[in-house]
Design a protein around this ligand. Structure first.
Ligand code: PEP
Ligand code: MN
Length: 275
């Protein structure tokens, strides 16, 4: 059932450039958001943050509240991550992106988070979307892993309609019959969004493939196709990570990825991360 004609009619104007602290996503910048899946300790987060800053990332990520498929899996440090994040932000000066899992977290998280991430599992959480529509802080809206592009864009409309035009979309892969990779990274959606909507769109090749050896090639593909940035998971010791260690890049692998992405962007006359 392919509808090639009906395009998205946004209910309220989305912004094509979204400001996050001193930096911006959209408008020709190629944003690089990097960091661990979860904030685990001051040492782990600090080491990762300095490494990704050094490699040229311009935004830092790290989950404090995790939406895990299995309730027995690590759920994130929760409130005890705030102090760690505060220290590392101060040291690096990087704007910070983290997932919000409950509307009751908005007030406290707003003090430390520069962009609220809505995870794939919460893309359909309309009360959370409406709540984030009431703040002006940017929202990083991941695609639900079973969501069509239309459903995803309508989720974005919930935020803009409630009053917050600062939405950045994130393609993080969808569930298909393919099982060699964790998800199928749908780069069609990225090209579609660039062609037919004003929203900036970032690609997450970490969750999109679930395989470290595939992250660099897909990051380069994202750069070549005109995405507004990438989000990549990095951990100083992937084997010891409390979540998503199997897909984490080491700082060295991330730095190599940055060098190759830089070459792709150079061919396109752009710069990754910090110019
Ligand atoms: C994450 O970014 O660590 C995450 C949980 O992503 P997603 O919601 O896309 O699964
Ligand atoms: Mn993760």
């Amino acid at each position: 059932m392919v509808n090639l004609n009906a395009h998205h009619s946004p209910v309220s104007a989305a912004r094509s450039r979204v400001k996050i602290g001193q930096t911006e996503i959209g408008g020709g910048n190629f944003a690089v958001i990097a960091g661990p899946c979860s904030v685990e300790s001051l040492d782990q987060f600090k080491t990762t943050a300095h490494a990704v800053l050094q490699a040229g990332a311009n935004l830092l990520r790290g989950g404090m509240f995790k939406m895990r498929t299995n309730p027995n899996s690590f759920q994130g440090l929760g409130n005890s991550a705030y102090e760690i994040v505060r220290i590392v932000k101060e040291q690096t000066g990087l704007p910070f992106v983290s997932e919000i899992t409950d509307p009751r977290q908005v007030g406290e998280m707003a003090e430390i988070v520069d962009m609220f991430q809505i995870g794939s599992r919460n893309m359909y959480n309309y009360s959370l979307l409406k709540e984030l529509g009431q703040v002006q802080k940017p929202v990083f809206l991941k695609r639900g892993f079973s969501a069509t592009v239309d459903e995803w864009l309508h989720a974005a409309d919930y935020v803009t309609k409630a009053g917050n035009p600062n939405v950045v979309l994130c393609e993080r892969g969808i569930r298909t019959f393919e099982n060699k990779t964790r998800n199928t990274l749908d780069l069609n959606s990225v090209a579609y969004i660039k062609a037919h909507t004003a929203f900036p769109v970032v690609v997450d090749p970490s969750h999109g493939t679930g395989r470290p050896e595939l992250i660099k090639p897909l990051a380069k593909a994202a750069a070549a196709l005109g995405a507004d940035g990438i989000m990549v998971e990095v951990h100083p010791c992937p084997a010891e990570a409390k979540s998503d260690g199997f897909q984490a890049l080491t700082p060295e692998q991330f730095s190599e990825l940055m060098q190759e992405v830089r070459l792709v962007l150079l061919a396109l006359q752009q710069n990754p991360g910090r110019a």
